[in-house]
Write a protein that binds this ligand. Structure first.
Ligand SMILES: C[S@@+](CC[C@H](N)C(=O)[O-])C[C@H]1O[C@@H](n2cnc3c(N)ncnc32)[C@H](O)[C@@H]1O
Ligand code: SF4
Ligand code: SF4
Length: 272
Protein backbone atom coordinates (compact mmCIF):
# COMPACT_ATOMS: atom_id res chain seq x y z
CA UNK A 1 0.00 0.00 0.00
CA UNK A 2 1.27 3.50 -0.89
CA UNK A 3 2.42 5.57 2.10
CA UNK A 4 0.54 8.87 2.56
CA UNK A 5 2.97 11.79 2.79
CA UNK A 6 1.69 15.04 4.29
CA UNK A 7 3.29 18.24 5.48
CA UNK A 8 1.97 21.61 6.56
CA UNK A 9 4.72 23.67 4.95
CA UNK A 10 7.37 23.17 2.29
CA UNK A 11 10.07 25.87 2.46
CA UNK A 12 11.61 26.42 -0.99
CA UNK A 13 14.96 28.13 -0.35
CA UNK A 14 16.26 29.69 -3.59
CA UNK A 15 19.15 31.86 -2.41
CA UNK A 16 21.57 32.32 0.46
CA UNK A 17 22.18 35.96 -0.45
CA UNK A 18 20.36 38.70 1.42
CA UNK A 19 20.08 42.47 1.60
CA UNK A 20 20.19 42.18 5.41
CA UNK A 21 22.51 40.38 7.81
CA UNK A 22 20.43 39.36 10.83
CA UNK A 23 22.46 37.83 13.67
CA UNK A 24 19.82 35.20 14.59
CA UNK A 25 18.64 34.49 11.02
CA UNK A 26 17.03 31.02 10.95
CA UNK A 27 18.76 30.40 7.61
CA UNK A 28 22.16 31.34 9.06
CA UNK A 29 22.71 33.94 6.32
CA UNK A 30 25.55 35.90 8.02
CA UNK A 31 27.56 32.68 8.37
CA UNK A 32 27.75 31.49 4.74
CA UNK A 33 31.19 31.44 3.16
CA UNK A 34 29.73 30.89 -0.32
CA UNK A 35 26.43 32.81 -0.40
CA UNK A 36 24.83 32.24 -3.80
CA UNK A 37 21.62 32.14 -5.76
CA UNK A 38 20.50 28.64 -6.62
CA UNK A 39 20.78 27.90 -10.31
CA UNK A 40 17.38 28.49 -11.97
CA UNK A 41 17.43 25.18 -13.86
CA UNK A 42 18.16 23.29 -10.66
CA UNK A 43 15.30 25.08 -8.89
CA UNK A 44 12.90 24.12 -11.69
CA UNK A 45 14.15 20.51 -11.76
CA UNK A 46 13.73 20.34 -7.98
CA UNK A 47 10.09 21.41 -8.36
CA UNK A 48 9.56 18.64 -10.94
CA UNK A 49 10.99 16.00 -8.61
CA UNK A 50 9.46 17.37 -5.40
CA UNK A 51 5.79 18.23 -5.44
CA UNK A 52 4.36 14.95 -6.71
CA UNK A 53 5.98 13.12 -3.75
CA UNK A 54 3.34 14.65 -1.48
CA UNK A 55 -0.31 13.69 -1.02
CA UNK A 56 -1.19 16.75 1.03
CA UNK A 57 0.62 20.07 1.63
CA UNK A 58 -0.71 23.13 3.51
CA UNK A 59 1.37 25.69 1.60
CA UNK A 60 4.76 26.09 -0.06
CA UNK A 61 6.90 29.19 0.53
CA UNK A 62 9.61 30.77 -1.65
CA UNK A 63 12.27 32.19 0.65
CA UNK A 64 16.00 32.34 1.32
CA UNK A 65 17.97 34.59 2.05
CA UNK A 66 16.02 37.29 0.31
CA UNK A 67 14.04 35.65 -2.51
CA UNK A 68 13.42 38.91 -4.39
CA UNK A 69 17.20 39.23 -4.96
CA UNK A 70 17.17 36.10 -7.13
CA UNK A 71 17.68 37.23 -10.76
CA UNK A 72 15.12 34.64 -11.98
CA UNK A 73 12.46 35.13 -9.28
CA UNK A 74 9.82 35.97 -11.92
CA UNK A 75 10.31 32.74 -13.91
CA UNK A 76 10.66 30.63 -10.77
CA UNK A 77 7.38 32.04 -9.43
CA UNK A 78 5.56 31.56 -12.73
CA UNK A 79 6.71 27.90 -12.85
CA UNK A 80 4.65 27.25 -9.69
CA UNK A 81 1.55 27.42 -11.89
CA UNK A 82 2.40 23.89 -13.12
CA UNK A 83 2.01 22.46 -9.60
CA UNK A 84 -1.43 23.85 -8.79
CA UNK A 85 -2.90 20.36 -8.39
CA UNK A 86 -0.47 19.58 -5.54
CA UNK A 87 -0.30 22.83 -3.57
CA UNK A 88 -3.37 24.87 -2.52
CA UNK A 89 -1.36 27.97 -1.55
CA UNK A 90 2.00 29.43 -2.48
CA UNK A 91 3.65 32.25 -0.54
CA UNK A 92 6.72 34.47 -0.87
CA UNK A 93 8.41 35.63 2.34
CA UNK A 94 10.31 38.89 1.87
CA UNK A 95 12.00 41.44 4.10
CA UNK A 96 10.61 44.75 2.83
CA UNK A 97 13.87 45.99 1.30
CA UNK A 98 12.97 45.29 -2.36
CA UNK A 99 9.90 46.44 -4.30
CA UNK A 100 8.47 43.50 -6.31
CA UNK A 101 8.86 44.08 -10.07
CA UNK A 102 5.82 44.41 -12.36
CA UNK A 103 6.90 41.14 -13.96
CA UNK A 104 6.89 39.36 -10.59
CA UNK A 105 3.38 40.68 -9.85
CA UNK A 106 2.26 39.37 -13.25
CA UNK A 107 3.85 35.97 -12.50
CA UNK A 108 1.95 35.82 -9.20
CA UNK A 109 -1.27 36.57 -11.10
CA UNK A 110 -0.52 33.76 -13.50
CA UNK A 111 -0.25 31.35 -10.52
CA UNK A 112 -3.48 32.71 -9.03
CA UNK A 113 -5.25 32.30 -12.37
CA UNK A 114 -4.87 28.51 -11.94
CA UNK A 115 -7.01 28.67 -8.79
CA UNK A 116 -4.08 28.51 -6.34
CA UNK A 117 -4.13 30.95 -3.43
CA UNK A 118 -1.09 33.22 -3.15
CA UNK A 119 0.09 35.30 -0.21
CA UNK A 120 3.07 37.61 0.10
CA UNK A 121 4.40 37.79 3.65
CA UNK A 122 6.00 41.18 4.03
CA UNK A 123 8.17 41.14 7.13
CA UNK A 124 8.48 44.58 8.68
CA UNK A 125 11.87 44.88 10.37
CA UNK A 126 11.37 48.59 11.15
CA UNK A 127 14.16 50.81 9.86
CA UNK A 128 15.82 47.86 8.06
CA UNK A 129 12.79 47.34 5.81
CA UNK A 130 13.56 50.46 3.81
CA UNK A 131 11.08 49.81 0.98
CA UNK A 132 8.19 48.29 2.89
CA UNK A 133 5.68 51.02 2.08
CA UNK A 134 6.51 50.98 -1.64
CA UNK A 135 6.40 47.16 -1.70
CA UNK A 136 2.97 47.15 -0.02
CA UNK A 137 1.71 49.85 -2.39
CA UNK A 138 2.83 47.84 -5.44
CA UNK A 139 1.23 44.59 -4.18
CA UNK A 140 -2.00 46.43 -3.34
CA UNK A 141 -2.00 48.01 -6.81
CA UNK A 142 -1.85 44.52 -8.32
CA UNK A 143 -4.47 43.24 -5.83
CA UNK A 144 -2.07 40.56 -4.56
CA UNK A 145 -2.95 39.31 -1.05
CA UNK A 146 -0.33 40.50 1.41
CA UNK A 147 0.22 40.12 5.15
CA UNK A 148 2.56 42.46 6.98
CA UNK A 149 4.15 41.00 10.12
CA UNK A 150 5.62 43.44 12.63
CA UNK A 151 9.09 42.55 13.89
CA UNK A 152 10.25 45.71 15.62
CA UNK A 153 9.55 47.73 18.77
CA UNK A 154 8.11 46.23 21.96
CA UNK A 155 8.75 42.46 22.01
CA UNK A 156 5.20 41.73 23.22
CA UNK A 157 3.99 43.46 20.09
CA UNK A 158 6.28 41.59 17.67
CA UNK A 159 4.90 38.72 15.59
CA UNK A 160 5.28 35.50 17.67
CA UNK A 161 6.75 37.59 20.50
CA UNK A 162 10.05 37.93 18.56
CA UNK A 163 12.61 35.47 17.27
CA UNK A 164 14.14 32.33 18.76
CA UNK A 165 17.81 31.33 18.91
CA UNK A 166 18.18 27.97 17.17
CA UNK A 167 21.82 27.36 18.08
CA UNK A 168 25.40 28.23 17.25
CA UNK A 169 26.08 25.13 15.09
CA UNK A 170 28.18 23.40 17.79
CA UNK A 171 27.18 20.20 19.67
CA UNK A 172 25.17 20.56 22.90
CA UNK A 173 26.38 17.26 24.38
CA UNK A 174 22.89 16.32 25.55
CA UNK A 175 21.91 12.76 26.49
CA UNK A 176 19.62 10.80 24.19
CA UNK A 177 16.69 11.22 26.58
CA UNK A 178 17.28 15.00 26.79
CA UNK A 179 17.34 15.21 22.98
CA UNK A 180 14.14 13.15 22.76
CA UNK A 181 12.40 15.43 25.26
CA UNK A 182 13.57 18.57 23.43
CA UNK A 183 12.40 17.16 20.08
CA UNK A 184 8.98 16.19 21.49
CA UNK A 185 8.42 19.83 22.44
CA UNK A 186 9.78 21.25 19.19
CA UNK A 187 7.55 23.71 17.29
CA UNK A 188 9.14 22.67 13.96
CA UNK A 189 8.18 19.06 14.58
CA UNK A 190 4.65 19.98 15.62
CA UNK A 191 4.19 22.23 12.61
CA UNK A 192 5.73 19.59 10.33
CA UNK A 193 7.96 21.82 8.17
CA UNK A 194 9.94 20.36 5.26
CA UNK A 195 12.77 22.55 3.95
CA UNK A 196 14.30 22.29 0.46
CA UNK A 197 17.70 23.66 -0.54
CA UNK A 198 20.03 22.68 -3.39
CA UNK A 199 17.89 19.66 -4.29
CA UNK A 200 17.67 18.18 -0.79
CA UNK A 201 14.68 18.00 1.58
CA UNK A 202 15.43 18.48 5.30
CA UNK A 203 13.11 17.70 8.23
CA UNK A 204 13.27 21.14 9.92
CA UNK A 205 14.65 24.68 9.60
CA UNK A 206 17.73 24.08 11.74
CA UNK A 207 18.70 20.81 10.02
CA UNK A 208 18.53 22.67 6.69
CA UNK A 209 20.57 25.66 7.91
CA UNK A 210 23.31 23.71 9.69
CA UNK A 211 23.71 21.42 6.63
CA UNK A 212 23.68 24.33 4.17
CA UNK A 213 26.48 25.92 6.22
CA UNK A 214 28.60 22.81 5.60
CA UNK A 215 28.25 20.90 8.90
CA UNK A 216 27.90 17.19 8.23
CA UNK A 217 25.52 16.31 11.09
CA UNK A 218 22.63 14.50 9.42
CA UNK A 219 22.47 10.68 9.50
CA UNK A 220 21.68 8.33 6.62
CA UNK A 221 17.97 8.27 5.86
CA UNK A 222 17.28 11.70 7.42
CA UNK A 223 17.53 13.80 4.24
CA UNK A 224 15.92 13.24 0.83
CA UNK A 225 18.21 13.84 -2.14
CA UNK A 226 16.08 14.71 -5.16
CA UNK A 227 19.06 14.18 -7.48
CA UNK A 228 20.35 10.77 -6.36
CA UNK A 229 19.26 7.44 -7.87
CA UNK A 230 16.48 6.73 -5.32
CA UNK A 231 12.99 5.86 -6.49
CA UNK A 232 10.02 8.07 -5.57
CA UNK A 233 8.81 5.38 -3.15
CA UNK A 234 12.20 5.34 -1.37
CA UNK A 235 12.05 9.14 -1.07
CA UNK A 236 8.50 9.00 0.23
CA UNK A 237 9.55 6.43 2.83
CA UNK A 238 12.16 8.85 4.17
CA UNK A 239 9.65 11.73 4.21
CA UNK A 240 7.20 9.55 6.13
CA UNK A 241 9.80 9.01 8.84
CA UNK A 242 10.77 12.72 9.20
CA UNK A 243 8.36 13.24 12.04
CA UNK A 244 8.89 10.01 13.92
CA UNK A 245 12.19 10.67 15.69
CA UNK A 246 14.85 13.34 16.36
CA UNK A 247 17.37 14.04 13.58
CA UNK A 248 21.15 14.59 13.59
CA UNK A 249 20.77 18.36 14.01
CA UNK A 250 18.80 18.07 17.29
CA UNK A 251 22.02 17.66 19.31
CA UNK A 252 23.19 21.04 17.90
CA UNK A 253 19.89 22.85 18.51
CA UNK A 254 18.98 24.89 21.60
CA UNK A 255 15.39 23.60 21.39
CA UNK A 256 12.47 25.31 19.85
CA UNK A 257 9.52 24.91 22.20
CA UNK A 258 6.51 27.24 22.57
CA UNK A 259 8.19 28.58 25.70
CA UNK A 260 11.70 29.02 24.20
CA UNK A 261 13.17 32.44 25.04
CA UNK A 262 12.35 35.13 22.48
CA UNK A 263 14.84 37.73 21.20
CA UNK A 264 14.44 40.99 19.28
CA UNK A 265 14.19 40.20 15.54
CA UNK A 266 16.59 41.32 12.81
CA UNK A 267 19.45 42.69 14.91
CA UNK A 268 22.06 43.46 12.24
CA UNK A 269 25.66 42.30 12.14
CA UNK A 270 28.03 44.41 10.06
CA UNK A 271 27.99 43.33 6.38
CA UNK A 272 31.18 41.51 5.36
C1 LIG B 1 14.77 33.21 6.93
S1 LIG B 1 13.58 34.41 6.49
C2 LIG B 1 13.75 34.55 4.73
C3 LIG B 1 12.80 35.54 4.08
C4 LIG B 1 13.16 37.01 4.20
N1 LIG B 1 14.54 37.27 4.06
C5 LIG B 1 12.65 37.58 5.49
O1 LIG B 1 13.42 37.76 6.42
O2 LIG B 1 11.46 37.88 5.54
C6 LIG B 1 12.05 33.49 6.63
C7 LIG B 1 11.22 33.76 7.87
O3 LIG B 1 11.95 33.31 9.00
C8 LIG B 1 11.77 34.24 10.05
N2 LIG B 1 12.94 34.10 10.94
C9 LIG B 1 14.23 34.30 10.64
N3 LIG B 1 15.03 34.04 11.70
C10 LIG B 1 14.21 33.67 12.71
C11 LIG B 1 14.42 33.28 14.06
N4 LIG B 1 15.62 33.24 14.60
N5 LIG B 1 13.34 32.97 14.81
C12 LIG B 1 12.08 33.01 14.28
N6 LIG B 1 11.81 33.36 12.99
C13 LIG B 1 12.86 33.69 12.23
C14 LIG B 1 11.73 35.58 9.34
O4 LIG B 1 11.12 36.59 10.13
C15 LIG B 1 10.93 35.22 8.11
O5 LIG B 1 9.54 35.37 8.36
S1 SF4 C 1 16.33 39.34 6.12
FE1 SF4 C 1 17.31 38.55 7.92
S2 SF4 C 1 16.01 36.77 8.42
FE2 SF4 C 1 15.60 37.23 6.28
S3 SF4 C 1 17.07 35.93 5.23
FE3 SF4 C 1 17.97 37.96 5.44
S4 SF4 C 1 19.30 37.75 7.20
FE4 SF4 C 1 17.80 36.06 7.26
S1 SF4 D 1 16.99 20.38 15.15
FE1 SF4 D 1 15.49 19.10 16.25
S2 SF4 D 1 14.85 20.34 18.02
FE2 SF4 D 1 15.87 21.72 16.56
S3 SF4 D 1 14.26 22.59 15.25
FE3 SF4 D 1 15.01 20.73 14.23
S4 SF4 D 1 13.66 19.05 14.95
FE4 SF4 D 1 13.42 20.78 16.35
Amino acid sequence: MRNIVETNVIGLYITSKCTLNCELCASGIPYYKDAHHMDKEKVLQSFERLFHLYDKVGHADLLGGEPLMHPDIEEITEALFDYREFIPEFRIITNGTIVPSDKLCESIHKVMSGGTRFLVLLDNYGKCSVNIDKAKEKLDYYKIPVRVDKYYGDMNDQYSGGWVKYGDYTPNHKSESEILEQWKNCICRNLNYHEVWEGKIYPCAYSYAISALGHDVMNDGEVVDLFDSSTDEERRNILKRFNLRPNGACNYCYSLSETAKRYPAAIQLPKK
